[in-house]
Each structure stands twice: as C-alpha cells, then as structure tokens.
Design a protein around this ligand. Structure first.
Ligand SMILES: CC(C)(COP(=O)(O)OP(=O)(O)OC[C@H]1O[C@@H](n2cnc3c(N)ncnc32)[C@H](O)[C@@H]1OP(=O)(O)O)[C@@H](O)C(=O)NCCC(=O)NCCS
Length: 171
C-alpha cells in the first residue's frame, strides 16, 4: 500500500486510455471497452446528466490510480464500476471513490443505490457493507465468460445520509 495523497476529479475523455489500462489489470476477464466509457461519459455533463464518473489522480505524477462510475435512472442509481490500482489497496481510496458516488446519487435525487458484485469478491463486498449496502439477491451467471454469479446489493440513500449526519454530530 502506498500513502501518496491523491486528488479526486471528474473523469474526462482524455482519461479513458489510462483508465482502460487499469480496467484491464483489475478486470482481466470482463474489462469494459473504450466505447463503453465513451458512451457513459456522453451522459455525464450538462443539466440532464445521469452519470458521475470520477478518477483519482496522483498529483505528483499525473498517474490515474483509481476510478468509479454511477448511473442514475429515475430514483434508482447503479454503481457501474469502481477500481483502485493494487499498490493503493487498503488505504481508503475505494471508500473515497464510493463516498463521491453516493454524494452524486443524492444530487441526482436517487432514493436507492444498487450494485452487482462477483460472489467471490469479498474485499469489495466488505467495502460496500461498511457503507450500509445490504445483499438483496443474486444474478446467476451475470459475469461472462466465466459464468460467475453476481450478488446484488442495495443502499437506501436517505438512511446513509442520515447516519452520516448523526455520526458527524456525535463526533
Ligand atoms: C474493491 C476496491 C475498489 C477497494 O479499494 P480500496 O482502496 O482497497 O478500499 P479501502 O481501502 O477504502 O477499503 C478496503 C480495506 O482497507 C481498509 N482501510 C480503509 N482505510 C484504511 C486506512 N487508512 N489504512 C489502512 N486500511 C484502511 C478498510 O478497513 C478495508 O478493509 P475491510 O473492508 O476489509 O475492513 C479494490 O480492492 C479494487 O479495485 N478491487 C479490484 C476491482 C474490484 O473488485 N472492484 C469492485 C467491483 S464490484
């Protein structure tokens, strides 16, 4: 784990290449294509934006060390992706990225946030549980070509915000 301070900022089209490199390292079996990121970023700006994509950048080197994305549809939001370069795991960056997405879920006025996570990805599941996500079901064979099941998790945004506010008040 490295402890360099990183800066979170909106993902832009020129980040797609370095993000893809990280994506292929983290998700070798089912990495997103450049087209998928282009298509998501096309909905990330302007008054009718429905996406939030964020990158974590090391300001000393300009290296992208993490990224995450959220899609909103009505009062539901979906965590589309989240990843942190291995040498930064365990330093709280995943939590920072997820916090950013949840703030935007609130800004998009979503009541619930859903996500899918591989059943064998206990590290990510623990991160989500810490934020109050609860398992609500499975999607069989969701991850192809490996035919791995997804655990579906849900967070009620209002509860998350209230807990966060209460937590801050008692600090
Ligand atoms: C899942 C993932 C995003 C988590 O990122 P991360 O930066 O390691 O996340 P965090 O550091 O915030 O939290 C992970 C652990 O570090 C610990 N941690 C958090 N802050 C810490 C700190 N300041 N010092 C030491 N440890 C810390 C947490 O306790 C947590 O452990 P626990 O949840 O087992 O209790 C990352 O492992 C990853 O990119 N995995 C591969 C891609 C992936 O699976 N994405 C999810 C797809 S659904």
């Amino acid at each position: 784990m490295t402890t360099t301070t990183v800066v979170l900022r909106e993902m832009r089209w020129w980040d797609i290449d370095p993000v893809l490199e990280l994506e292929r390292q983290l998700f070798p079996d089912d990495a997103w294509s450049a087209g998928m990121f282009w298509s998501e970023l096309a909905h990330s700006r302007g008054p009718r934006a429905t996406r939030r994509y964020v990158v974590a950048e090391d300001p000393a080197t300009g290296r992208i060390v993490g990224y995450a994305g959220l899609a909103a549809a009505g009062d539901l939001a979906d965590v589309q992706t989240i990843g942190v370069t291995r040498d930064h795991w365990g330093g709280g960056l995943g939590s920072e990225l997820l916090t950013d997405l949840l703030k935007h879920a609130t800004a998009f006025e979503c009541a619930e946030v859903l996500l899918e996570v591989r059943v064998d990805n206990t590290r990510a599941q623990k991160l989500y549980e810490r934020f109050g996500f609860e398992p609500i079901g499975f999607r069989r064979g969701y991850y192809q070509p490996g035919n791995v099941d997804a655990l579906v998790m849900r967070l009620h945004v209002q509860e998350h915000v209230q807990e966060h506010v209460q937590g801050t008040e008692t600090d």
